[in-house]
Write a new protein. Structure first.
Length: 573
């Protein structure tokens, strides 16, 4: 409960709506409690002179109670939607600030489940279960009070069943809470796995992995099914048990009341009033049982939400960044390891002078992409510094730093939306069509974009599936032209392209690299042979650096690397 209250206090909901809705609910409950009391008088008048004004008053009380209850439900509904909207906004902002490393260890579907399912559980508890519990308690004790005033001896019959109900329902509710907690976890896992499979459906089909994924999905569904059976069983036990006890109470009260009426010690109106109060008491018992179940579900959801909110944000930095132009980018004795503890980089250093091309070569898995990740500040080194001039880049404002970097990677990520949306993605300025066509022309992408059905407003599909690899690369390069970064990072930008696409992309990259500090990761000799400096990375260390000719002359492994992997290209060159 402390976690729940702490979470709610962070979003500053409209408590006045909760207060007004709860107050109206309590007023409606008071009206409902008065109805049986007035009905007692009305029934006793049957066979005698019936007060018409009194009858109209009782009917009016029914209608007024319904209207007030509807108003209470509406305001509480507004309160609940406000809570869930603010909670999802808080979580969405947090999700965007989480470091890249978090997503490498957590499935995106699990994160989306926290955002959608768990927030709904919290809303249901706060906007529905809590007010219903408050009105149910008032209704329960109010009914008991009226019954005690009318006839204390019949009321004692009620207290015989209450301990029995509590003894039965509490263990059931506790078990239901545990099952609900496990079901939420299983649902988040299934959601994550489903998103992963759907997101890589081409890989699934090309690998003929449908039977494997079907088996895994069936296992997940079956696990959810088994938990759902248990949850349905425990949820369904509480209702019939309470109904059985209440029906026993009704039968007992009818028998006892009939005997009292026969003796002349009770009126028919009193017996009917008792039965009406008894019916009113059935709902509170059911609501209280459901409240403990909802509390258990919300408790698990709150714990998972708090767990996500407690993950440290990306270090933002506060230092201002005046200018990148003309400053040297350097990495000095950097050591880095991922969360699993295995060290990836060992005392890595390099210098990238302004407007120079620095290339990184070496075997796969040596740490080249990790270097780019550190420069982008996806990760923070355990020791060592990355500097730009006199600035430690990890102290610089994160947004200002990333605005100076243009990254073109092998997979060229594209967002669902239009070509225009992808060109201007993340940029805050206004760009007219003339400027967009200009950068497309510079990226050798104008021709194919003009051939698209709606030009700049053509939908490219999820992850750009309607575009070829080369087209996605040229859109990414055009976006980099529009962004106009001072530091350009090319991560295997042409590795997966066919010869024609590679030629077009390479021409665009050559134009983009002009007058920018450029860092290149590439396996193809033609991409790096003309670099100003080449750093050879193996097993997380820089084993040598220099120009291509210097490394061929003095670095045995680089020379062997060239001969084995780039021999054909070198002969062609």
């Amino acid at each position: 409960m402390r976690n729940f209250l702490g979470l709610i206090s962070r979003i500053h909901p409209k408590y006045w709506q909760l207060g007004v809705g709860l107050a109206l609910g309590l007023v409606a409950t008071v009206f409902q409690l008065l109805v049986p009391h007035f009905a007692q008088t009305l029934i006793n008048q049957l066979g005698h002179h019936v007060d018409t004004v009194f009858v109209v008053g009782v009917i009016g009380l029914f209608v007024l109670s319904a209207l007030v209850s509807a108003g209470s439900g509406t305001i509480l509904g507004f309160f609940g939607e406000d809570v869930v909207a603010k909670l999802r906004t808080l979580m969405w902002d947090k999700i965007l600030r989480l470091p890249v490393g978090y997503y490498e260890n957590t499935k995106s579907g699990e994160v989306s489940s926290r955002l959608v399912n768990d927030t709904t559980q919290v809303k249901d508890l706060l906007a529905n279960s809590v007010p219903q519990m408050a009105t149910s308690i008032l209704q329960l004790f109010g009914a008991l009070a009226f019954m005690l005033v009318m006839d204390w001896r019949m009321t004692l019959l009620m207290f015989v069943a209450v301990p029995l109900v509590l003894l039965v329902i509490m263990p059931v509710a506790n078990q239901s809470r545990k099952i609900a907690f496990g079901r939420q976890d299983a649902l988040a896992g299934f959601n994550g796995e489903a998103n992963e499979v759907i997101g890589e459906v081409r890989l699934v089909k090309s690998s003929t992995a449908e039977p494997v994924e079907a088996q895994r999905g069936h296992a997940r569904v079956d696990a959810l099914y088994q938990l759902g059976l248990k949850e349905a069983m425990y949820d369904s036990i509480a209702g019939p048990v309470m109904t059985m006890v209440m029906m026993g109470m009704v039968v007992g009260m009818l028998a006892y009341g009939a005997n009292r009426i026969a003796q002349g010690t009770m009126t028919m109106g009193t017996l009917f009033s008792f039965l009406m109060y008894l019916v009113q008491m059935i709902s509170p018992f059911t609501t209280l049982g459901q409240f403990f179940t909802s509390l258990g579900k919300a408790s698990g959801s709150t714990a998972r939400i708090q767990e996500l909110l407690m993950v440290p944000d990306e270090p933002q930095g506060t230092a201002a960044l005046d200018s990148v132009s003309g400053q040297t980018l350097a990495m000095n004795d950097v050591n880095f390891s991922y969360a699993d503890g295995e060290q990836v980089l060992h005392d890595v250093s390099f210098v990238a002078e302004p407007n120079k091309v620095i290339a990184f070569a070496g075997p796969s898995g040596g740490g080249k992409s990790t270097i780019f990740g550190l420069i982008e500040r996806y990760y923070t080194p355990q020791s060592g510094r990355i500097t730009l001039g006199d600035h430690d880049v990890n102290q610089v404002d994160l947004t200002a730093w990333r605005q100076q970097i243009g990254l073109v990677s092998q997979d060229a990520p594209i967002m669902a939306g239009t070509v225009r949306y992808n060109l201007t993605y993340g940029l805050t300025g206004d760009y007219d069509d003339e400027r967009l066509w200009q950068v497309l022309l510079m990226a050798y992408a104008e021709d194919f974009v003009r051939r698209l059905p709606d030009g700049l407003d053509t939908q490219v599909g999820e992850r750009g599936v309607k575009l070829s690899g080369g087209q996605r690369q040229r859109i990414a390069i055009a976006r980099a032209f529009l962004r106009d970064p001072q530091i350009l990072m090319l991560d295997e930008a042409t590795a997966s392209l066919d010869s024609e696409s590679e030629m077009m992309v390479q021409k665009a990259l050559t134009k983009l690299m002009h007058n920018r500090t450029t860092l290149v990761i590439a396996h193809r000799l033609s991409t790096i042979v003309n670099a100003d400096q080449i750093y050879f990375i193996e097993q997380g260390t820089v084993s040598g650096h220099g120009t291509h000719d210097e490394l061929v002359a003095h670095h045995d492994l680089y020379r062997e690397y060239v001969e084995n992997q780039f021999g054909h290209e070198e002969q062609s060159a």
